[in-house]
Design a protein around this ligand. Structure first.
Ligand SMILES: Cc1cc2nc3c(=O)[nH]c(=O)nc-3n(C[C@H](O)[C@H](O)[C@H](O)COP(=O)(O)O)c2cc1C
Length: 331
């Protein structure tokens, strides 16, 4: 076996490959996670983000429970929770574990003002004491492995990832994921993987997962080699390309590239993704269709230079219209 393809161990759990699907709100629902898994190569997948505060209040609770979509057939899933209050986070952790979460991931990366200004998400990177209290409460609340997903820091002047990771390790987390951008970058600029290397050195007893801008097998290899991280998390490059994990795993294992699927294969997977989503989602059909439009656009089903499929996809209103559009493309 290629030394870079070591299994990933988080606490008591082990995944065959060190390749992880990033949590992505609006994207990483059961159907998409399952399609990635079926394509091969994927280790651990993470759910969409669950707000601990939203779970608490009756007005937002039922909509938040729609996100509890993990099922035994997809194997152990990490469920990401977000919030700034230790007790609320502990309650949320207990609830997702009771519902079957195999790993609880604490979000310390969300930079959107609604979350970060209230102290949650990346806001915790500015408040190491509170970050520690949150992690301590969550680790104490559940028996399953707890991981934390951080960014490089709040802004270029306060790269707190090393300090937060060290504190997280002392709280007993089973893994630390580092998205190598600071919060003020949002998703812009380039990820600077040096921060991943620094965190790997700071917490030698805890597996560190690198994240940020991995779009190809070569980049996954480079991240593993350059930073010494225990796993690579892939987000945007999996959207419309759920086979990315298979391609990375294959190239790491054999040294040989796997070609990208052609257009009809892409359409076949997109159709399967759409069917699975409509069958398994807990959200109402009209919202499911709108969500699917966004999930299916990245499959890039138009021949180059044309936009007919894209133009039709954004106007789809019903499952029947969607099937009529996608089915001929699979031939
Ligand atoms: C649409 C979208 C939604 C995201 N939602 C979350 C989220 O809920 N929680 C989180 O920790 N990160 C979230 N992220 C960040 C990703 O998990 C990941 O850190 C980021 O995309 C960088 O990885 P990449 O370059 O492989 O995409 C989101 C990213 C995208 C593109």
């Amino acid at each position: 076996m290629c030394p870079l393809l070591r299994p990933l161990r988080l606490g008591s759990l082990t995944w065959a490959t060190p390749l992880l699907l990033a949590p992505m709100a609006g994207q990483t629902d059961h159907a998409f996670r399952q399609v990635c898994r079926e394509q091969g190569g994927l280790g651990l997948a993470t759910s969409e983000l669950v707000s601990a505060r939203a779970l608490k209040f009756p007005s937002s609770r039922s909509r938040t429970l729609e996100l509890f979509d993990w099922r035994p057939e997809e194997g152990p899933v990490a469920v990401q929770i977000c919030g700034a209050e230790p007790e609320e986070m502990a309650d949320a952790a207990r609830e997702v574990v009771q519902a079957g979460a195999a790993v609880v991931d604490v979000n310390m990366g969300c930079w959107v003002p609604k979350v970060a200004r209230q102290g949650g998400g990346a806001g915790l990177l500015r408040d190491p004491e509170r970050a520690t209290e949150v992690l301590r409460a969550v680790v104490k609340a559940v028996e399953v492995p707890v991981t934390v997903k951080i960014r490089a820091g709040w802004d270029a002047g306060s790269l707190s990832a090393v300090e937060i990771a060290r504190r997280a390790a002392d709280c007993g987390v089973a893994g630390v994921t580092v998205h190598a951008r600071h919060a003020m970058q949002g998703m812009s600029g380039l990820a600077d993987w040096q921060i991943i290397t620094r965190v790997v050195r700071a917490v030698p007893e805890v597996p560190v997962i690198g994240n940020g801008d991995v779009t190809s097998p070569a980049e996954a290899r480079r991240m593993l080699v350059e930073t010494g991280c225990a796993g690579v998390m892939i987000g945007r490059a999996a959207l419309g390309s759920p086979w990315v994990f298979r391609r990375v795993e294959h190239e790491l294992r054999t040294g040989l590239p796997l070609p990208e699927p052609d257009r009809s294969e892409r359409a076949t997977v997109a159709l399967h993704h759409a069917r699975k989503m409509l069958l398994t989602t807990r959200i109402p059909a009209s919202r499911a269709i709108r969500k699917l439009r966004g999930q299916l656009l990245p499959y890039a089903l138009d021949p180059s230079g044309t936009t007919d499929v894209r133009d039709a996809l954004v106007r789809i209103e019903t499952p029947e219209e969607l099937m009529e559009l996608l089915t001929p493309l699979t031939k």
